[in-house]
Design a protein around this ligand. Sequence first.
Ligand SMILES: NC(=O)c1ccc[n+]([C@@H]2O[C@H](COP(=O)([O-])OP(=O)(O)OC[C@H]3O[C@@H](n4cnc5c(N)ncnc54)[C@H](O)[C@@H]3O)[C@@H](O)[C@H]2O)c1
Length: 391
Amino acid sequence: MKSVHVGIVGLGLVAASHLKGYASHPHAEVVAICDLDKARANQFASDHGVEAVFNSYEEMLRNAPINTVDIATPTFLHPSMTRQAAEAGMHVHCEKPFCRSVAEGLEACDAVRRNGVKLVVGETYVFITSHIKARELIDAGEIGRPLQIRQRHGAWFERERHVVEEIPEARNWRVDGEKSGGGDYPWIFDHAVHFFATAEYLMGDARIAEISAVTATCKTDSNGRGAAHDPYSIPDVDIPIITWKYEDTDCQGVWMRAERLNGKYDYMHGFSTTVIGERGMIEVLGEGGHNLLWNGEQQHLLLHREGEETRAFRFDEGGDDVWQSDIRYYSRGHINQVHHLVDCVRNDSSPRYSGEDGVHAVRCTLAAIRSAREGRPIDVHDIAPDYTAYS
Ligand SMILES: NC(=O)c1ccc[n+]([C@@H]2O[C@H](COP(=O)([O-])OP(=O)(O)OC[C@H]3O[C@@H](n4cnc5c(N)ncnc54)[C@H](O)[C@@H]3O)[C@@H](O)[C@H]2O)c1
């Protein structure tokens, strides 16, 4: 008997990847779906064989035979929808970024705690197999103590047909300062949570303490559009480099962007990370990653150690449903995170990426944006609960 009965709200770009996760878990089933767009909801229902279709979230919470909600709506709806679900006694899987301010995120966490339900924030970068393997190698002491993280963000592969080619009215939330949460930096707000989550995950959960952003206004892309994989990003205002210190002052990190958006070339594609340790180094691909070569072969993770042969790893786990990447990001990362929520519900265990973790990643992102606005390093603890990037 399946024990986790799910209603998915928000049937856009990411929803089908979540559905794959529930469909492949023996104890979960998607029994209801909801979207404001009736045609989209009906199409999704017929594509995936879901019977209960709603156009109102409140109605789905009231009337659907569910005990779990999957929130895949635009960012500005995440905290209120999480709160409503928790108050209706439902477990929650919620997409990132979890909130737009620390206060609204913590309020939602409070509702989750008071109602004794589970909440997993869908921070895919800590559920992707290549990163999980990197963390396992670090925990096993393979590179000694990790001391430095270097992340890069190159162009994505060009798909023949972009999944998000057009900019329909319904997707304008991505470039709207308030709805995206990012003010002048909507793309950074949407993505930096991934980067900070990875930076802490691969540093053994060390917490980031202070963040500095380098800004740029260079606009060399001839068509004036955004990044190759995401035409919603804006080239006019950008943060191409972010650096940070951890609470442990021996450790530090940097994220840098080198992609079509600002006319910069990088032979590596997508997201990749290098973790430098006392005795070795790990290079690992993330979202959309490609061109991590070793002895002429494409690899997904390289482990270099002083005085030892380099070891290379691949994770061939099926196709990438959304981007044209080499590590099958969408297929496995989303499946892993959704399975984790189902397992937490069934085993009454604590999520390994909680609402509070999601709030912390947003706090770091707000510190990066505030640093860009004020031109100085920002202590993440100085982000007031009601600070937003759009006001
Ligand atoms: N983890 C990842 O790797 C990843 C990838 C893509 C998107 N995301 C996140 O997922 C979220 C959704 O992104 P997307 O690209 O799928 O968005 P989208 O714009 O493609 O789809 C959002 C859907 O929500 C629906 N919607 C809006 N308001 C609603 C409401 N009140 N009730 C019901 N439905 C409503 C819209 O009609 C639309 O169908 C975002 O927060 C985004 O950051 C995460």
